[in-house]
Design a protein around this ligand. Structure first.
Ligand SMILES: Cc1ncc(COP(=O)(O)O)c(C=O)c1O
Length: 239
């Protein structure tokens, strides 16, 4: 597949224009020099942190696809989960607010006495937050809330942690196509990984385009083996 044909294929999948593209690619000369004195590897950063919508970050690219499906299905509420300070939950709250939907966030942890950072933004964005004690309780609680809303005549749409579904991962397939318009295929892409959707999108794009690029995810939490399994499952789902 070529970048142009992949771009055409992606354009046929509905997505919301949440982030103006492309995000900038900038050199990190001082970091490169600090790694290898006198001039190290060519290091670049793709500034997805500069995505303005919902305070940016990688979740916006995934939610652009996932929320488009929620909207197409006539959803009135987005339900998702994460930690109390989850970036994904905050980006989902912003997406729901933009689309005129309710947001219900299932957060594992303790309700802060005085919300700060993402928890404060969630509140300002009008999201309802339901607290559970452990990570394992999040998915059942989401299901329970969705069932209750449905029974009350609502149209909830559940977004798994990180919007890391095959559909959400298309956000990072698209990011690679975007990157190739900016620079030649890099030797390595290093990125933070957790719920595996970002990594799955990057891996799938490199495979579809037969790029020599290695993808190295730095896990924020789970062990490498479980993230690898998750990446494989999502890549297979992309098909
Ligand atoms: C800023 C940031 N980068 C990367 C990641 C990892 O992305 P993913 O959940 O798609 O693996 C996260 C999520 O935890 C994040 O908040």
């Amino acid at each position: 597949m070529t970048p142009a044909s992949l771009r055409d294929a992606l354009a046929r999948v509905p997505s919301l224009p949440l982030a103006p593209q492309p995000t900038p690619v900038e050199p990190m000369r001082r970091l490169a020099a600090a790694i290898v004195a006198g001039g190290g590897p060519r290091l670049l950063v793709k500034r997805d942190d500069a995505i303005a919508f919902g305070f940016g970050g990688n979740k916006v690219r995934k939610l652009a696809f996932v929320a488009a499906r929620a909207q197409a299905e006539g959803a009135d509420t987005l339900i998702t989960a994460g930690g109390v300070q989850s970036n994904h939950a905050r980006a989902t709250a912003a997406t729901a607010a933009k689309l005129g939907m309710r947001a219900v966030l299932v957060a594992n942890g303790t309700a802060p006495e005085k919300p700060t950072a993402n928890a404060l933004l969630d509140a300002l964005l009008g999201a309802e937050v339901v607290y559970v004690k452990t990570r394992d309780e999040r998915a059942p609680k989401m299901r329970e809330i969705a069932d209750r809303l449905r029974a009350d005549g609502g149209r909830p749409f559940e977004i798994p942690i990180g919007a890391s579904t095959p559909l959400g991962a298309l956000g990072y397939v698209q990011a690679v196509v975007e990157l190739l318009d900016q620079i030649p295929a890099p030797d390595v892409i290093v990125h933070a990984t957790s719920s595996a959707g970002t990594q799955a999108g990057l891996v799938a794009a490199c495979r579809l385009l037969d790029l020599p690029t290695r993808i190295i995810g730095i896990s924020a939490d789970d062990p490498a083996a479980s993230i690898q399994t998750q990446v494989r499952t999502i890549v297979q789902g992309i098909g």
